[in-house]
Design a protein around this ligand. Structure first.
Ligand SMILES: [Zn+2]
Length: 297
């Protein structure tokens, strides 16, 4: 029984908003909820979640017979999942990146997966990416990748790599259409940090299954250039009636996932604040996103 333990622990000028989709819009996009369990080759038999204080135990279930993964960890002593956290910024750099790095390292230690962290775009190349199952873009803003690195990331994801985007990962690479597909929607603007309620509309996903249906917490609530619902499977929306300054209307996705080629993409708009990275529920959310992204093919 694998145990997953949660270790306790810009601003841009607004641009014109493109028309979004209204409330009640349905999506034909779905994210598979079964996944190949990559940690040390264990064969899970069932899944449940228990949350007790800062400890989350996941008993992962029912997956076998999936196609071989293209990106096994191969270094000695790294026989399980390896995650690369990429934090390069050429735009706004969040102070919370350091907290996020530390938190993801703790998640890795507690859950038996390797975590490497880099700001070096040269790490985004075929030979290096081949050692990872998941790459996390942790509020990586601006133009963090050049054309050669962009091509390598695209090849790796399309071949089955898992991409996780956190918060300002949506505030990057606006001139690269494929990245827009990968993240799902680009950032547009945000009001000041304040409490709001996320309606967790799909709790069948590893990143949301331990969350309350109405999840109230403080963060910086992004508006996006358009509503990604027709392109992604939306897992959670922020209730604009619960805070000031939302600009997307009644259907305001902030958590979503989708398949990208043979790979998986998961994005959460949450995670601006340093405090986010010591919230047990937020950490369970991030861990579930990483785990789900690790299983795509
Ligand atoms: Zn932010």
């Amino acid at each position: 029984m694998p145990s997953f333990v949660l270790a306790s622990h810009l601003d841009r000028k607004p641009t014109e908003r493109e028309p979004g989709r209204g409330p009640g819009t349905t999506s034909n996009v779905s994210c598979p909820v079964s996944w190949h369990f990559p940690f040390s080759g264990r064969r899970p038999v069932r899944r449940s979640v228990a949350v007790a204080g800062v400890v989350v135990i996941l008993v992962v279930g029912g997956c076998s017979g999936e196609a071989p993964r293209p990106a096994p960890a191969t270094e000695p002593g790294r026989d399980g999942l390896a995650v690369l956290v990429f934090t390069r910024t050429t735009g706004f750099r969040h102070a919370s990146i350091d907290d996020g790095v530390a938190a993801i390292r703790r998640l890795g230690t507690a859950n038996g997966f390797a975590v490497d962290v880099t700001q070096d775009p040269e790490r985004i190349q075929d030979a290096t990416l081949g050692g990872y199952r998941v790459v996390v873009f942790l509020s990586s803003t601006g133009e963090p990748l050049g054309p050669t690195q962009q091509a390598a990331l695209k090849r790796w994801v399309e071949a089955g790599g898992g991409w996780v985007g956190v918060h300002a990962a949506a505030d990057a690479l606006y001139d690269w259409p494929w990245y827009g597909e990968l993240v799902g929607a680009w950032f547009r603007r945000h009001p000041s940090v304040q409490p709001a309620t996320v309606q967790v509309t799909d709790r069948s996903h590893p990143s949301t299954e331990s969350l309350p249906v109405a999840w109230t917490r403080s963060d910086e609530w992004y508006d996006f250039r358009d509503n990604p619902r027709r392109r992604v499977q939306v897992l959670g929306v922020v209730d604009e009636s619960s805070y000031q300054g939302g600009g997307m209307g009644a259907d305001h996705p902030v958590i979503w996932c989708h398949q990208q080629g043979r790979g998986r993409s998961w994005y959460t708009a949450l995670g601006h604040t340093k405090a986010s990275w010591s919230e047990p529920r937020f950490l369970a959310h991030i861990l579930g996103g990483i785990r789900w992204a690790a299983g795509g093919d």
